[in-house]
Design a protein around this ligand. Structure first.
Ligand SMILES: Cc1cc2nc3c(=O)[nH]c(=O)nc-3n(C[C@H](O)[C@H](O)[C@H](O)COP(=O)(O)OP(=O)(O)OC[C@H]3O[C@@H](n4cnc5c(N)ncnc54)[C@H](O)[C@@H]3O)c2cc1C
Length: 407
């Protein structure tokens, strides 16, 4: 039997789920589908930390509060961070950012992706939204004014508007032939959680090493501050070497690379290694189609911005669709969908370019560049106004914000 909806969201990850919730009172028949079972795990606050975490900005927090999801995150597990320390491992330059400098309580929250996802799913299960679990998209083609989607189990779905929220390797993007610009960072990221001898002081730490950035992001369990999530970006060969080490050697190598800022690294959970690739869709929209989140763009984790950009995509797209519906416009019309692209693409591109420049600057080896980098960091560290501007940008509270992210 063929199912029909006004709007199909393919992918119920963090971004697709947020979009579905933002459209819950739209009066539209929305169907959210995902290849996974979409079940919520009972939360155990003593369970080991999940290796994948996100640094959620204040803008993301506001969006999740308004969607009724934030309480579900806080009641599980999250760690606010008030400060950020960034330094150059091959020099003396360093810079410190604080929430206090802009009279904010926190710069953001480190939250395990699973926690965000489960809080979103809890909320979705409470709402009257159409959801299809174990629904893996395999084929997709135009059929009159609609899209006709075929799932792996043979079921078919029809809708005039399809939103791709199916992640970095988006099947929708591939099946609809949306072109991307992409390049390899020649970096792999090792992610895991580690326990250190000294407390993290609610600070996000980032050291630029010769082979890439190393971040220690604060985690909290029962108010204890001795666990951090690490994201260690390095060359593929170095990543291979680090992945092959036993835990004791890995902890020693990590402590050295981090200059022992949090004392001895006492233990490490199982490691994951993720190849890093920058990807950006040349267009986010076409007739009856829009791409959001990682399906539209993937960015180096040094920015800690991937899902934050995705939540803003979801909030802006929902706003554009709701306004168009109120005016009686056809939502699948590329003219309507282009309003979303015009608001999001410049912002996403600017951030990706800034991160690319940052990454190159810190990879550069020539002495004059290193000198400039160190002097620059020290100079900016003495400029409170410039730093406050950076902090406001990191909080995600400047620019063309959707109503869901406004104060
Ligand atoms: C090492 C690392 C560290 C990171 N750290 C941060 C950070 O600190 N802060 C931050 O903001 N971001 C961070 N990110 C990025 C962040 O994790 C991503 O931006 C985010 O997960 C993207 O969410 P999404 O919902 O767009 O896609 P995904 O989370 O990939 O979700 C896609 C969904 O689509 C479903 N799906 C896929 N294919 C199909 C199909 N064919 N049919 C049906 N369903 C399908 C999947 O099951 C999944 O549920 C990091 C990324 C990496 C790699």
């Amino acid at each position: 039997m063929e199912m029909r909806a006004d709007l199909l969201i393919v992918g119920a990850g963090m971004v697709g789920s947020a979009l579905a919730l933002a459209l819950q009172d739209s009066g539209l028949e929305v169907l959210l589908l995902d290849g996974s079972p979409l079940s919520v795990k009972r939360f155990d606050d003593q369970a080991p930390f999940e290796p994948r975490v996100s640094a959620l900005s204040a803008a993301s927090q506001r969006i999740l509060e308004r969607l009724g999801v934030w309480d579900g995150i806080v009641k599980r597990r999250s760690a606010p961070y008030t400060d950020m320390q960034v330094w150059d491992g091959s020099g003396t330059g360093q810079i410190h950012f604080s929430a206090a400098s802009v009279h904010a309580d926190a710069l953001g929250h480190i939250v395990e992706n699973r926690v965000v996802q489960d809080a979103l799913l809890d909320r979705l299960h409470d709402c009257d939204l159409g959801m299809l679990a174990n629904a893996r998209l395999e084929q997709m083609r135009r059929s009159g004014d609609d899209w006709l989607l075929t799932l792996a189990d043979g079921r078919t779905l029809r809708a005039p508007l399809v939103i791709a929220a199916d992640g970095a390797n988006s099947a929708v993007r591939r099946l609809t032939g949306v072109a991307t610009r992409e390049w390899d960072y020649l970096h792999h990221a090792i992610v895991t959680s580690v326990r250190s001898a000294k407390p993290h002081q609610s600070t996000a730490w980032q050291r630029f090493t010769d082979t890439g950035p190393l971040a220690f992001l604060p985690l909290e369990r029962d108010g204890q501050q001795d666990w951090c999530s690490i994201v260690w970006s390095t060359t593929p060969s170095e990543a291979e070497r680090l992945m092959a080490m036993d835990d004791a050697d890995f902890c020693k190598a990590l402590e050295r690379a981090f200059e022992g800022r949090l004392g001895e690294v006492l233990s490490a959970d199982p490691r994951l290694c993720v190849p890093l690739r920058q990807r950006h869709a040349k267009r986010y929209v076409a007739q009856g189609l829009a791409l959001i989140g990682d399906a539209a763009h993937t960015i180096h984790p040094l920015a800690g911005q991937g899902v934050n950009l995705g939540f803003l995509d979801a909030a802006v797209l929902a706003e554009v669709l709701l306004q168009a519906a109120a005016r009686g416009e056809r939502l699948a019309d590329v003219k309507v969908l282009s309003r979303f692209e015009r608001r999001r693409m410049p912002h996403n591109l600017a951030l990706m370019a800034a991160m690319e420049g940052f990454e190159r600057l810190f990879q550069a080896d020539p002495l004059p560049v290193r000198w400039l980098r160190n002097t620059g960091l020290k100079m900016v560290d003495q400029m409170p106004e410039a730093k406050a501007l950076f902090v406001r940008e990191a909080l995600g509270l400047i620019g063309d914000l959707p109503a869901l992210a406004k104060a």
